[in-house]
Design a protein around this ligand. Sequence first.
Ligand code: BG6
Length: 521
Amino acid sequence: MATVQMNVNPVDLTNVPTGGEKIPAPGIMVIFGASGDLTKRKLLPALFHLEQSGLLPKNFAIVGVARRPLGNEFAEDMKDGILKYGSVDSTDPRLDDFVSKVSYYALQFDDASGYAGLKAELDRISTEKNIGHDRLFYLATAPEYFAPIIENLGAQGMAQPEQGKVAVVIEKPFGHDLDSARELNHQVNAAFHESQVFRIDHYLGKETVQNILVFRFANGIFEPVWNRNYIDHVQITAAEDIGIEGRGPFYEKAGALRDIIQNHMMELLGFVTMEPPSGFEAESVRREKVKVWQAIPNIPILNAVRGQYGPGIVGGQKVIGYREEERVNPESGTETYAAVKLQIENWRWAGVPFYLRAGKRMKKRATEITIQFKQPPLLIFNRMQNQTGPCPEIQPNIISIRIQPDDGIALRFGTKVPNTPGMSVCPVNMDFNYAQAFGQQRANGYERLLLDAMLGDQTLFSHRDGVEINWSLYNPILQAWAAKAPEVFPNYFAGSWGPDCSDRLLEKDGHRWKNSLGKPE
Ligand code: BG6
C-alpha cells in the first residue's frame, strides 16, 4: 500500500529562546577506568562539545585514572578519540588548550593505600590551576570496582570534603540482579548522600527521549487520547545491527535483558506512560516514573522470550554467530535478544499490552516506540463494501517515535486515494525529522548528562528506588532463565528480526511487530 511522505520545513531558530544553560563552577572531573573505550569514544568527545559550546568553566581539569602506568600518551590518545568520535575539526584552535587540561593518574582501584596519593594529586592540580574544590567522580570501570572505589573515596574523606561540592556518576550496569543492586546502593549511600549520586543511563541524554515529555505534555492534542480508551497497544524496540563488539566477557554475564531491557527500555517505558509531573525537577519526574513502574505486575514467564544469534548476513556482510565471538563460551546460553509483554495496572493503562524487545545483530539499527491506536467504528466502510465491492483494508492510526537513527516522529493516518471511483483508503505518514527541522546534531547524549551532573541536576538520572523496582520486576525471569538452559540456541540468524518465539508472543494477541521501523507500515 502506497505511503506518502510529508516533511516539515527547516525551523528558524533565530528567535527561539534557549534553555538559559548554566555553566558549572570550576572543578575537576576524575574518570575511573579512563583507559576503557567509553572515555575515548563518548566522554571526552562530549566534554569537548561542551567546551565548544562555552558550557565548561574556564578553570577545569580532567584526570583519567586507571591501572596501567601511562604518561602523556593518555592525553594524546584522548585527543585522537575526540577527533575520531566527536564532530570536531582538527584545526579547531580550542582543541590543544582543552587537551592540556587532561592528565592521568595510575591507581589499583582496590588498593586503599593509593587513594591518599590521588587526593594529593587532585589538591595539587587545584592549587596549581586555581580550580577550587568541586569534584565529579565518574565510575566507568568494570562493575566489580564500583564498591571498592566508593569505599576508598569515603575512607579518604574525598566523598564528603569540608570545602567544595562532590558528586559521583556511576555507569551501568548498576548491579547484576536485585540483591547486588541493593547491596551496591547500600555501599554507595554509606559514603555519599543520595543527592550526590548520579546513576547514569545514557538513553536519558538522548534528545528524542527527552522530547517524549514535550511531545506528550506541551501539545494539547495528544494527551487526551494517551490512555486505555484510545490506545490499542504499545511496542518498544531497541534493535542493533552490531554484535557484541569484542565485549565477550561482559556480555556473557549480562545478556539482552540486563543490558538493555531492565534499564534503557524501562526508562523509555517510564517516559511514555508516566503521569504529568508537577514540574521538571528531579523529584517530580522520578516520582512519576517510579509510580508507573510500581504499577507493573509480575511478568509471567510465558510472556518473556529469549534468543541468540547464529551466523548470518548483516548489511551485506557475512557475520559470525554469537557462540563464535571472541571470549564467548561456544555453548553459551546467554541471550542476545529478549522480548517481554507487560501490563500497567493503573487507571490510564489497564488492559493495554506493552511489548518490549531488544536484540543484537538484527536486520537494522532502530530504537523506536510505536503507539497503535484503536480503530474507529468502520460501519460506513462496511456498508460500502456491500454496495461497491471489497471494503478497503483500513489501517489503525500509529504514532512512531524514532529515538535513533533518523530521530523524529511520524503519524500514520488514512486518506482517500484521489481520482479513484468509490472510497479507496490509503495510509499516509506525516513525518517530523529532527535533522531536517533543526540541522544535524552533534551531541552523543553524554553532553547533557555530564553537564547536569556537574550542575547537580538529577532529573535525568536513575534514583535508587527506580533501579531496585526494575530489578525486582526482571529478577524472576532472570532466575527462571538461569535455571533452565534454552532449548534451541542459536534461534535466529544474524541480520533477521529475531526468533520466531518473539513473533508468537504478539500473534497470541492478534498483533505483529512493526518491522518497517522508521516509518509506520
Ligand atoms: C549500552 C549497552 O548500554 O547501550 C550496549 O551496554 C549497547 O550493549 C548500547 O550497544 C546501545 O546504546 P546506543 O546509544 O547505541 O543505542
